[in-house]
Every structure is written in C-alpha cells, then in structure tokens.
Design a protein around this ligand. Structure first.
Ligand SMILES: C[S@@+](CC[C@H](N)C(=O)[O-])C[C@H]1O[C@@H](n2cnc3c(N)ncnc32)[C@H](O)[C@@H]1O
Length: 1003
C-alpha cells in the first residue's frame, strides 16, 4: 500500500449516521474468496509482510483476513446485499475487475485464447486488439492468419490499443478462470498501489455516502459514521502483531496488548518500527551499522574467527561426543557426516586407538563407498555405530546415557549443567567437539571446508576459557541469560536430553561470546530507537545462533531453531560466524507504512484491558496449538535485562501462570474474564470479531459458554481455510479458522428449551435460505462461482444456534451467565450441546444435494448422507480434506477415514465402487447394510460383466424391504451417474446401467 494521505473530516459522512446499522460481516462475507487469498498469502512464506520481523513467531494470522474483518465490521449491511458485496469486494480488490491490476503474468496470447476461445468467430475484435508476433510484410494478415496465430499463441497486444479495450478483453478472458487460478498468478491485494484503487471510489462513495479517495479515508469516514470518530480497533492477544498492524495500516487507531513481552516486541515492530519515517529509518540504519562494525572490529582484534593463514570463518560445525563407558571410547555423534550433498563433501572419521578418540578429515567429491559411510552416520535408530580400528562396535544410546525408567519418568546419568557452565566437562558422558570449519579465503573469497588445525583448536580452547572466566560477570551485567529452564511440554526435554538447565546452555561459548559483545554494543548506543530496533535483530539472530541449529547437508548451512514449534536438540549443529550473520544483522525491513492513527501498546493479560475500543478483533490461544509461553522463554532469557526505554514498562517474563492454556475448565474461566472485560470496554454499538482455530467438535459448546459468560451475542460465523498443510503440525492435517462476529448483549431475554429449539429451527432455515438465495441471485447476475459453499451453509447452522442461544440470559429459569462459569463434567452432554446438535441436524436436512429428493435424504443415515454429499462436492472440484472433516463431524460419522480412498489435504476422495469392490465396506456402521453400499455393490458387479439377472437377485437378498427401497436405489444410482459422469468408465457408466436395470425390472 502506498503512503497514507492527509485525512480531513468530510461533510458527507454524518457522524453516527451508521450507529445502529448492522455490519456487513454480520450478514454476508465472501469467505470462500477470502480463504483463497489467505492461502495465497501463506504460500508466500518468507515473502509475507511481517515474517521479516521474526520468522520464529508461529501462527500469525493472514493480513488479508484481518483486512476483511476490519472492513467487514465497518461497512454497513444495507437493503441491497448484492451492492454491499460488490463494494466490499472492490475495497478488498478481490472483485473481477481487480485482476486487471493484480495479474501481471498472463500473456496477451493466453488472454486472447481465454477471451475468444480457439476458433473464435469474432475475428474483428481480435484484429482490433492484437497483432501477430513476428509478422512481416506490409499487407495486413488475413483472418485465417489471425485465427492460426490465436491457436498457436502468437498474438501480442497492438501498440495502439486503448487502455479501455485492453482492460475489457483482459477481464473477459481472466473471468473465465476459476478464482483460485486467477489468484495463483496474481499479486496479493496488499501489493497494489493507490492506482489500482482509483477506479473504485465513485461507486464505493455512491453506495456508502462517503467521499473517500483511499482506504484510510474511507475507514476514517465510516468510523465517524458509526462511532463519531476514527475507529479504534483493539487486539488483546496481539501475538506477532498481524491484527494491530493491518488495522493501523488501514488507518484505524489501535490498542494492542499481549501477556508475552516477545509478542509485544513483535507487535511494536509491526505497528511502530515499520511506521518509522524515512528519516528515522536512516537514523536507525546508521546506528545499526555502527554497532555491527564495532562487533566486527572486536572479533577481529581477538582473532577468534580467524585461521592461521588469516582466512575468516563462515560457519563452524560441532557435534556431541559421547563417552561409551563400556569401551572408554569417545564417539562423535551424528546421523550423517555429509557436509554438502551437491559437491559430495563429507567428513571421514579416523580412529585414534591410543586416545580412544576420533579425528576428522574432509573429503571433497567422495567416492561411492566413502559417501555411503558418511551418509550412514554414527547414530542409527537408537544405536551408536563406530569402528575402533580393529572391530565394529554397536552400543545403544540408552546404555551410553544410562537410561532408567520409562516414558515421561525416564531419567539418565547425564550431568545437569550449572548456572556458570558453558560447555561440557571432561568427565561428562556427552562432550562436544568441533568437527570442521568452513572458511572464506582471504584473497579470493573462495569458501572451503577444513578440519580444525592445532591453531584452530587452541583458539577454540582459549575462547572457551575466556567465556568461562567472564560468564558470571556477563550474567550479572545482564548481557547473557541467567534464567533457569522451567519444566514444560516443550522445555522438559532439554535437561533430559542434554543436561541443560539454564537457557544459556542452548548456546555454545562462541555464540555466547558474540551475542554478549553485540548486546554490550547495543546497550551503549545513545539512541533508544536504534536500541529497540536492534532487539528485533538480536532475536532473529538468536533463532539462527543456537546449539539447536541443525546442520543441513543439502544446502551446506545451519538451520534455525524455530523451523517448527518444538525445542528439538540435535547431535550435530552449525554455528554461524560473524561473516554469516552480517546479512541477518543488515536485513531490510519490508512492509513499512505511514501510520495516521494513534497507537497504545501494553504488556498485560487480556482481562486487564483498561481502555475503550470500538472494535475488538482477537485470535485467542486455543487448545495449546502453540506453546507461546514456553518457547518464547528462549528469547526472554536474553532480552529481559538492559531494555531500551520503549520496552521497559513491559513485564519481561513469559508469565506462564497467567497465560490462557488448554481447553478445559480454567481455559473457559479465563476466557470469560477476558471477553467480559473487553465487552465492558466497548460502546453498545461496538463489535467483536473472534478467530478460533477449529480443532474439536466441543469448541462450539465452549464458545457458547464463553460468550454467554462475557455478555456477548454471536451474530454470524464464517469459516476460512487458512493452511493447506499446516505449518504447525504435520501430516494430512488441515487447519481452518472460524470467524465469529459478536455484539454486546444489550437486551436480555428469557425462554424455555422447547421454545428455543423451535426458534433455532426457524433461524437455521432462514439463514440457509438467505445464503442459498444470494448464491442464486448472484449466479443470475453472471457470477461464475458460488458465493457460499456447503461449508458456509453448515457454519450458518452453528451460527444460528449460537445466535439464538446467546440471545437468552435465562433459560428454563436458569441464569445462563452464571451457568456458563459452572464447571462441566467430562463428556457432559448438557442442554447447550443438545441445541447445537439439533441445529446442525436441521442444517444438514436443509443441505439436500441437487439430484436427491428431500424425502430420500430424510431417510438416510448420517454416514450415507456424508458419502453422497462428498460425491457432490468432489464433482464440484472441492477436494480439501478439511471439508471432509467438517462434514463428517456434522453428519456424525464415527470414523470417516474408513470411507476415504485418499486422505491428502488437497486431493481427498471417498472410495468408489471400484475401491470397495466386492467384499469391503460392509462392516462400516450405518453404511455397510444400507442402500448406498448396496448400489455401489451393484455398480461393481455390473462392471465385471456379471449377469444382470444375477446381480438383481443379489441386490434383492442384500437389502431388507427391497421392493420399497427400489425407488431409492434408482435415485441413488442416477445421482452417482450424474456426479461421476456418464462417461466415467469406473462408476458413472455402470451406475447408469444399474439405474436402467432396476427401472426395467419386471415386478
Ligand atoms: C493465537 S496467538 C495470537 C496470534 C496473533 N493473532 C498473530 O497474528 O500473530 C495468542 C496470543 O495470546 C497470548 N496470550 C496467552 N494468554 C494470554 C492472556 N491471558 N492475556 C493476553 N494474551 C495472552 C499469547 O502470548 C499469544 O501471543
């Protein structure tokens, strides 16, 4: 986004004119398109705007999603939903016409093909817009030449084409592509400049009665119309700062807080540091250079990274050296000794029997045998393999460590390191050795690997000695960590696997030394802005400068600690020297913007919010998807002392006891307190948007209780697929986020369960009918894809239940706000769960796939319904596993995986007749003995050329009340024919044969 304009209060936007207007997100929101955009942003990985501040932070919400929430809360839902939607999509630049600006990749020849189609009849139009690449000669080409060039991808835009015609043809062409394909080849909306928005303002302003010429102006005007001032957006679980950043970038005033000081620092980076003026940035750059140069000078003076010949180190490779007490040998441990796969550079271990130790050689271009030995490593499975020069020895790691006990109770003989330890002691079971160094040749810049020489080993010993001598002083000066490692889900393994008990043990003497100097230089700098920005850089460097940075032979580099959210220990790791860090220290920060609104940033628990905001957009922790409080201690241990003024007021510990954790009783209690405090600090016409990562079915009941207890009423729920394959957890697991829009519950109602159930039924039906109606209306108006898919309709069912429920404060005489805080027994199926289940059933009844009669639908089991519904979705090309998960949950399928032929996140598929074949699938509850399985059996049999009369006979025997269910079987066979396609050799064609056979059966 380009720089923000000066905003003046416009006449047209009368203050408070929208005070009570419902917000767009309460009524409609193009969740499908937003999902596609969110995934596009995720796929940019390191190119995502805020990742440059610290890639170690997990679970940042996509900025495009935040933008859609802010705009969706400010824009009104009017009497003209189609125009409301059009305006919203234009503002998001997810409308069709935006792709003229977003798509920079599709070539003229492809556009011509899409717009006109091969063998086009409209040659005149083609001639007006395109010329033929490489055409020579004065005569203009004949029509046939143009058609041949169209087919052969040889058309280019004419030089004299008008912008208007080019835009028209481009958009006509691109709109033929599915949305997901268009987005795939396009810029993200946030990458567009002001020009790309120019054309939208007349229509936007006409619809809204505004006079805006930029998003920031519009946001301010809508804020005035709703709240009487520029809108104030708050996030009390700010984390990596996505929500405050996007709100600030859109021109809102922002209140941001988080319990965790690392989150506060990243949010400060996103909202303050990135909003620095050019002059401030120049000042920062000058300061940063000064600090980095000073660090370089000091390292050079000490000679700790220099070889005997004056070459400078780039990276050091270390490994654990284990003492095999059975043999007295010390064995370097690693699962591979390959240094670089590309050049077949490996380390070769040489046994020295008299010392019972190994030395290393570097071999470049290793032969097959040497390479294979290196690739096998010394650690294989749980065993250590080595040769003592005369024989092969295998010892188990468990016996080397002296493991005792089982599971979590396991203990071993590893020594627990002390507060001033920086490296292992000579007698330790796990020692550490320097195996190899990558150098940069002084004169040529050539990089090469070499085993450590005597000079290098002496330097290493001297360095370790120096760090040992100074560690206590550095700790007392707050330059390096002195914080013990507290036990936890992620942290308990550190003492168990290495004997590490203080955070600085995760760094070797070389790393401690460099970071201590860096911190000294940072804290000496007189400019607070430089000091603060350097903390961000230091944290990034820590992530790349620890004993947890595994060596990666395919790229010959060291990894980073938080490539996932675990604190994994490795036997071999790389230590970057200054020359390697220089780039990281000097990295540019992307995503800078000019902030027009005010900012308030605090480190505080959410329940302590003490300022009023108009809109809360929050993404609270849920079910411990990420152990923020534990893993950030890695950074807190370093950053908590010698703070710049900007961070001093924050409490620099991870505040574990105050972190909202898990999904149990305490979680609910703390969440109620937090959301109640937010509701109390919000005007009556304020809004809340809550994002919930969708993980378990019980989340709905949890949410009902939390919002009841907080005095909030659910207005709508949307579902966004945010990850394709999750970055947080691996393995066929798709993550989605539910977006809930809530209002303060101003007028309380009381009612009775049966009344409420009725109301839920009406509300679910109304909601689904509205969405389906809007789909049809927009299709009629030329929209190619559905605005709402079944997943949205299903959410609408949950939303309707929550909306009705949270609208009552007394049910059957019970005060629900009090009831919400009551502890629930495990597995308790209370009234809330009953109503939610009921709503989902009502929603399912409404989602009869086209081609099936509602009558048949009512009679089918949940599993049958699931199967048939998924065929419908697959036919529409929707093959995401999370769809299957959601529907399985909704249709109460006990184990949907038994029905699946493919469980990959993006190409899931149910089994067909050809997968089940003759014998399988009959054991599946609610499916095996039903009509659907019987029909699939018939299809399979017919495909094997079985005698039709025998097939009919078998079907009669398989299904009870055959003659009553015959019509159902015909309907299902017809449905499968339609879904799988008449030409599908496997299913569709034989389903059609079966349908005819049943129809013509003589009764
Ligand atoms: C899911 S994350 C938020 C991620 C954020 N939306 C982003 O895009 O990066 C949840 C955050 O809640 C914070 N948190 C946990 N307990 C808290 C509490 N009691 N009060 C405030 N923040 C808390 C965690 O530190 C974490 O940063």
């Amino acid at each position: 986004m380009a720089s923000a304009p000066n905003i003046s209060c416009p006449e047209a936007s009368a203050p408070m004119s929208l005070r009570d207007a419902p917000a767009l997100i309460e009524r409609l929101w193009p969740a499908q398109k937003i999902s596609v955009e969110a995934q596009k942003e995720r796929k940019a990985v390191q190119g995502q705007t805020l990742v440059g501040l610290g890639s170690y932070w997990k679970g940042r919400k996509p900025l495009v999603l935040v933008r859609a929430c802010v705009l969706g809360s400010l824009l009104p839902a009017t009497e003209d939903p189609a125009e409301d939607l059009a305006v919203f999509e234009m503002l998001m630049r997810i409308d069709d016409s935006a792709f003229y600006h977003r798509d920079l990749k599709t070539k003229a020849s492809q556009i011509a093909k899409l717009a006109f189609g091969v063998g086009a009849s409209d040659v005149d139009q083609i001639r007006k817009a395109f010329s033929i690449r490489g055409w020579i000669g004065n005569e203009s080409p004949a029509d046939e030449e143009f058609l041949a060039a169209l087919a052969g991808d040889r058309l280019v835009w004419r030089r004299d084409i008008t912008d208007a015609l080019r835009e028209k043809i481009t958009l006509a062409g691109l709109s033929k592509l599915p949305y997901i394909d268009r987005v795939g080849r396009s810029l993200r909306p946030e990458e567009l400049d002001d020009d790309a928005f120019k054309s939208i303002w007349p229509r936007v302003n006409k619809h809204l009665g505004t006079t805006a010429k930029s998003l920031q102006e519009l946001v301010e005007q809508l804020g005035i119309m709703r709240f009487g001032h520029r809108p104030r957006v708050a996030d009390t679980f700010a984390g990596g700062g996505s929500i405050p950043f996007e709100a600030a970038r859109l021109g809102c005033d922002v209140y941001a807080s988080d319990l965790n000081p690392v989150a506060c620092m990243l949010t400060w980076g996103a909202t303050s540091f990135l909003a620095s003026t050019d002059e401030e940035m120049e000042r920062f750059d000058a300061g940063r250079n000064q600090i980095i140069r000073r660090l370089d000078e000091r390292l050079l003076e000490q000679g700790v990274e220099t070889s005997a010949s004056g070459d400078r180190a780039r990276i050091y490779l270390y490994c654990v050296e284990a003492l095999d007490r059975a043999t007295g040998w010390r064995i370097p441990l690693s699962s591979t000794w390959i240094l670089h796969e590309g050049t077949r550079t490996v380390l070769v271990l040489n046994p020295e029997p008299e010392k019972k130790r190994f030395t290393f050689d570097v071999v470049i271009g290793a032969d097959v045998e040497t390479y294979a030995i290196a690739a096998a490593g010394t650690v294989r499975g749980g065993n250590v393999h080595y040769s003592d020069g005369s024989r092969e020895v295998v010892s188990s790691l468990a016996s080397i460590r002296g493991d005792q006990g089982k599971g979590r109770k396991v203990s071993n003989d590893l020594r627990l390191w002390s507060k001033t330890d920086v490296s292992p002691e000579e007698a330790d079971i796990y020692g550490e050795c320097l195996c190899c160094i990558k150098w940069v040749e002084k004169d040529t810049g050539r990089e090469y690997f070499a085993p450590p020489t005597d000079h290098d080993l002496n330097t290493e010993r001297a360095l370790i000695g120096y760090v040992r001598e100074n560690i206590a002083q550095w700790q007392s000066d707050g330059l390096v960590p002195d914080m013990p490692i507290e036990a936890g889900d992620e942290t308990s393994r550190l003492p168990r696997e290495r004997g590490w008990s203080y955070w600085h043990h995760l760094f070797n003497p070389r790393q401690l030394h460099m970071f201590a100097i860096l911190r000294q230089e940072i804290s000496k700098h007189p400019d607070d802005m430089v000091q603060s920005g350097m903390q961000l850089i230091l944290a990034k460097a820590l992530n790349r400068g620890s004993r947890l940075c595994q060596w990666q032979p395919h790229r010959a580099i060291a990894g980073h600690v938080f490539y996932n959210q675990a604190l994994n220990t490795f036997f071999n790791y790389g230590t970057r020297a200054f020359s390697y860090f220089e780039n990281i220290f000097g990295e540019r920060f992307e995503g800078r913007f000019e902030r027009v609104g005010k900012l308030s940033l605090k480190s505080a628990p959410a329940k302590n919010v003490d300022e009023v905001s108009d809109i809360y957009i929050t993404d609270p922790p849920y079910a411990d998807a990420v152990h923020y409080h534990e893993i950030t201690e890695f950074f807190i241990a370093w950053l908590r002392r010698n703070q710049p003024d900007a961070f001093k007021s924050w409490q620099w510990d991870s505040r574990r006891p105050l972190a909202i954790k898990g999904d149990g009783e305490d979680f609910r209690k703390e969440m109620i307190l937090a959301y109640r405090a937010m509701a109390e600090h919000m005007p009556d016409n304020g809004m809340q948007i809550v994002m919930f990562t969708h993980q378990s079915g019980s989340v709905w009941a949890d949410m009902a209780q939390i919002f009841w207890g907080a005095g909030l009423r659910v207005q709508s729920v949307w579902y966004i697929a945010t990850e394709t394959t999750s970055e947080l957890k691996k393995g066929g697991y798709v993550q989605g986020t539910m977006i809930l829009a809530l209002r303060k519950l101003v007028q309380a109602e009381s009612g009775y369960e049966d009344e409420i159930a009725q109301e839920v039924r009406t509300e679910v039906a109304r909601q689904i009918d509205t969405l389906v109606g809007l789909n049809q209306q927009l299709k009629g108006a030329g929209r190619v894809e559905n605005l709402f898919e079944d997943a949205d309709l299903q959410m609408a069912g949950y939303a309707a239940a929550l909306r009705v429920l949270t609208g009552y404060t007394r049910i059957d005489g019970r005060d629900m706000t009090v009831e919400a805080g009551r502890p629930r027994k495990k597995g308790e199926q209370g009234f809330v769960e009953r109503i939610i289940d009921y709503a989902v059933q009502v929603a399912n009844e409404h989602m009869v796939p086209t081609g099936l009669s509602p009558r048949l639908w009512q009679t089918l089991s949940g599993t049958d319904r699931f199967y048939l519904k998924m065929l419908d979705l697959e036919a529409a090309g929707l093959t995401k596993l999370d769809n299957y998960q959601n529907f399985a949950r909704a249709f109460r399928v006990p184990d949907y995986s038994t029905l699946m032929a493919d469980l990959r996140p993006n190409s899931a598929r149910v089994k067909g007749a050809y997968d089940f074949k003759r014998r399988t699938g009959f054991e599946i509850p609610d499916f095996g003995n039903g009509v659907v399985r019987t029909v699939l059996y018939g299809i399979w049999e017919l495909s094997t050329d079985a005698d039709p009369a025998i097939v009919l006979q078998q079907l009669r025997e398989m299904i009870e009340n055959y003659y009553q269910r015959r019509a159902d079987m015909i309907e299902i066979a017809d449905y499968i024919t339609a879904q799988r396609g008449r030409d599908d050799q496997k299913e569709g064609r034989h389903a059609a044969v079966l349908a005819n056979l049943l129809r013509s059966e003589k009764l």
